[in-house]
Ligand binder design. Structure first.
Ligand code: ATP
Ligand code: MG
Length: 271
């Protein structure tokens, strides 16, 4: 179980997170949305034990997180984070070593490492630039490498901070597939993004953050239908929610579902 209990965090004198009670274990995919500077990345760094709350706690398996070397190692074997900036987590110049690094540290055997690296690079579509030095990659390519580096760990919780920022449309589609696959294996995903359509499509539950607090929480369709909440948080509604709210069209979770329902409706009218 990964959750927070009244978590408060400040950098020097400025409070950033105040009284957060979040639970990431209730649903497979939890989405986090909020304007620039509302505290999403700071929250991710608290959840991964890089930053420590001054009040309240990160709860891991029902207990406050232990910040000893052993406690953090135990957390990081089960909770993996892909940070917003890929440069923050790429350490090697060659991709294979970089992705295999954490697995080697954990003592996983080389045959298993090779399998997992191969699979992760294919999933994020990074095979064609696999042999380039990392410092020569574009931002989006580095992001794919960082995501692959997290996937190989097969953690119970994958925390994704803006995973599609800088990715092209096919990278975005692949990210959705990656999330579905992780969830299909019984794991949890926590994802922050400014791509509200993506969050709406992939999340089972969402938290809307505003200045370090939770403004609203619940099922994405319910929360994102509340125009007042979205406006206060500085967000726009997903387009599928707008079609429902403004034109009374059926509320669909994905573009495919929407077009298929509209097609069926119009065939119903013409026959
Ligand atoms: N290292 C730091 N020292 C001091 N203040 C910081 C530091 N990092 C972030 N902040 C401040 O904390 C607040 C929250 O920043 P954070 O990066 O968590 O927001 P965010 O929701 O991830 O924003 P974005 O959508 O731009 O990624 C901001 O006001 C930011 O200026
Ligand atoms: Mg951020």
């Amino acid at each position: 179980m990964l959750a927070t209990n009244n978590l408060c965090f400040r950098y020097q004198d400025s409070p950033v997170l105040t009284g957060l009670n979040l639970d990431f274990s209730a649903q497979a995919v939890t989405g986090l949305v909020g304007a620039n500077g509302c505290g999403k990345s700071t929250l991710f760094m608290n959840l991964s034990g890089i930053l420590r709350p001054q009040q309240g706690a990160v709860l891991w398996q029902g207990k406050p997180l232990e910040y000893s070397k052993r406690g953090l190692l135990a957390l990081r074997q089960q909770v993996t984070t892909v940070f917003q900036d890929p440069d923050q987590q790429i350490f090697y110049t060659d991709i294979d070593s970089d992705i295999a690094f954490a697995l080697r540290n954990l003592g996983v055997n080389e045959a298993e490492i090779a399998r997992r690296v191969e699979d992760a690079l294919t999933l994020v579509d990074a095979q064609h630039f696999r042999h380039q030095p990392i410092q020569c990659l574009s931002h989006g390519q580095k992001k794919r490498v960082a995501i692959a580096g997290a996937l190989v760990l097969k953690a119970r919780y994958l925390l994704l901070d803006e995973p599609t920022a800088g990715l092209d449309p096919s990278g975005r589609t692949q990210m959705i597939e990656v999330i579905r696959r992780i969830v299909g294996q019984g794991n949890h995903v926590v994802i922050s993004s400014h791509d509200i359509d993506l969050i709406y499509e992939v999340s089972d539950a969402v938290y809307v953050m505003h200045r370090g607090e939770v403004l609203a929480e619940g099922a994405p369709g319910d929360v994102f239908s509340r125009a007042d909440v979205m406006a206060k948080a500085g967000l726009t509604q997903p387009w599928l929610v707008k079609l429902h709210a403004q034109l009374g069209l059926p509320l669909c979770k994905t573009e495919d579902e929407f077009f298929s329902r509209m097609r069926n409706n119009s065939q119903g009218h013409t026959s």
